[in-house]
Structure formats: C-alpha cells, structure tokens
Design a protein around this ligand. Structure first.
Ligand SMILES: O=C(O)CNC(=O)[C@H](CS)NC(=O)CCC(=O)C(=O)O
Length: 275
C-alpha cells in the first residue's frame, strides 16, 4: 500500500514564505507507508513575473531551494514531486521549468523539463501567455520506477497532449501520473476535470494533480481543484479553492483488476511499435 497526496497552495513571489508553507503542511503528516507528495507548478515563486523566476533559478542539484526540498523529503520521509521550478540552462535569459522527483532519503532521482509551453491567448486579465519567451522547452520524457509503481512526470499544459502519456507508457504502462499545475481559472473551469479524467481513464492509472489556487501577486487567478483520480476515472479526493493537502490510497489490486478486465493497453492498435 502507498499513499498519494496533492498539496494545493497560493504561491507568492516570496520563496521563503512558500517553502515554509510546504514545510508546515508536511509537518502535519503521520507517515506509515510510502508517501508521494506532489507540489504545484511554480510552488517556490509565483506571480512575480519571469524576472523573479530567472533570479531564483538554480543549477541542477545545487542551491538553496533544492537543498531545502531534499532536506524536507528526508526529514518527513516522503517522496516529493517538486512541481516545477526554474533551473539554469544554456540560454542566458531563459530557464527550464523543471519538475524534480526526490526520494524519501532526500536524493534527486529524476528531472523532467516541461515540454509543452503555454503560448496561448486566454480571455482573462492576463490575456497573452507566452511561456516560451522566458522558458526553454524540454524534449525528453521522464518516468521512474518507485514504490508507487511506474511514475510519469508532466507539467500543467502538458496534460492537453495525450501522445505524451502514450509515449511515456512504452514499453511499460504508467501506474501513476504526477501533474503539477498552475491552470488559469478560465481554462480550468472549462477543461481541467475532463482533461485529468481522460488521461487517468485512457492510461488506466492514478493521476495526482496539484494546482495553484486563488489570486496571485500579479492578479492572475488560478483554478485550484487539485485532485486525485483513480484508474477508473473516479475522483478519490478533491480540494476546491482553499489551500492544503488531499490524500488517497494507491491500491495495486485495483490497477491490476481494471487492466485485466479491460486490457486497452494490449488492445491498442496504435502503440508505437505497431505503427
Ligand atoms: O510562467 C509562469 O509564471 C509559471 N507557469 C505557468 O503558470 C504555466 C505557463 S504560463 N501555466 C500553464 O501552463 C497553464 C496551462 C493552462 O492553464 C491550460 O492548459 O489551460
């Protein structure tokens, strides 16, 4: 047995304050089994604009934010999916939106760099989102074998591209998808739940979506509604607009039963090696 947790927060541009909030939440946990905690996109700094993100960008596995995350993972004995945070890359004025997987002894196991960047017009007060102006897109799929089974990493806008998850599921199906997000209120109310449920149902896996919520320093409004979806598409836990944690149990027997009864992975005629 293992536990899945999503932490919903309203991050500010103040890194210290955000990390203290994460720690305050982790300190509440009573750990009795392998526990995965997913943090939202930009958990460490949000709403201060791209200059603020560039200013706190760190080299991989080096720097105060990653240091604190590694320390917290070890202290509270949890696996962390550290949303996304800016890491320094080879383009001077850009960073990668990196999602780190840290194990319960505080080691960084994997880094996924957000592949699909949000260059989109939205009918909200921000209107034009152009993430690629300051972010370098990744180009590599990342999944890892963990106590939660095969865990796939994706960030926010990535959830709209089902091919990403199908590609990650080769040669072995995913058991859990972790999806840190900072979904806009506008697009979230229209699509969030349907997208999450679709990815969980078609991949027959758990999905843990940790979102930002509320109104941020730049007046941008995020959707909240972090949730944990079962491989059958049920919402096991959800938190509407407040901040805090939600929990659900990962049950391997349910995964096995759903895949045995409806073997879509084996039935799929569009698996990459078949085409
Ligand atoms: O750039 C930052 O400050 C932090 N990054 C984000 O907030 C990113 C890019 S703007 N947000 C999304 O991808 C929202 C996707 C979304 O809302 C959808 O797919 O509908």
């Amino acid at each position: 047995m293992a536990k899945l947790i999503a932490l919903q927060m309203t991050s500010t541009p103040d890194v210290q304050q955000n990390l203290d909030f994460v720690e305050q939440q982790l300190a509440k946990l009573v750990i009795t089994e392998a526990t995965l905690v997913v943090l939202p996109e930009c958990f460490a700094c949000f709403g201060g604009g791209d200059k603020a993100l560039l200013a706190i960008a760190e080299s991989f596995a080096d720097g105060p934010i990653q240091g604190r995350l590694m320390q917290m993972a070890k202290k509270y004995a949890v696996w962390l999916v550290a949303g996304s945070m800016p890491l320094i890359c080879d383009i001077p004025d850009k960073f990668t939106a990196s999602c780190l997987l840290i194990n319960d002894t505080g080691q960084i196991i994997s880094e996924y760099q957000k592949i699909h960047l949000f260059d989109v017009q939205v009918a909200d007060n921000t209107k034009t989102y152009c993430e690629s102006r300051y972010t370098k897109a990744g180009n590599t799929l990342v999944s890892a074998d963990t106590p939660f089974g095969r865990l796939g990493l994706a960030v926010c806008y990535d959830v709209r591209f089902p091919g990403l998850f199908q590609a990650m599921a080769e040669p072995k199906a995913l058991d859990v998808i972790a999806l840190p997000a900072a979904f806009t209120q506008k697009t979230g109310e229209a699509h969030w739940q349907a997208l999450l449920k679709s990815r969980a149902i078609e991949n027959q896996c758990y999905l843990v979506a940790a979102d930002q919520t509320g109104i941020h320093a730049n007046q941008r409004q995020t959707h909240g509604h972090s949730c944990i979806i079962s491989p059958w598409g049920e919402t096991l836990a959800e938190i509407p607009q407040s901040v805090g944690m939600i929990h659900a149990q990962l049950e391997p027997t349910i995964l096995d039963r759903i895949r045995r009864d409806m073997p879509v992975y084996a039935h799929n005629k569009f698996r990459s090696y078949l085409v």
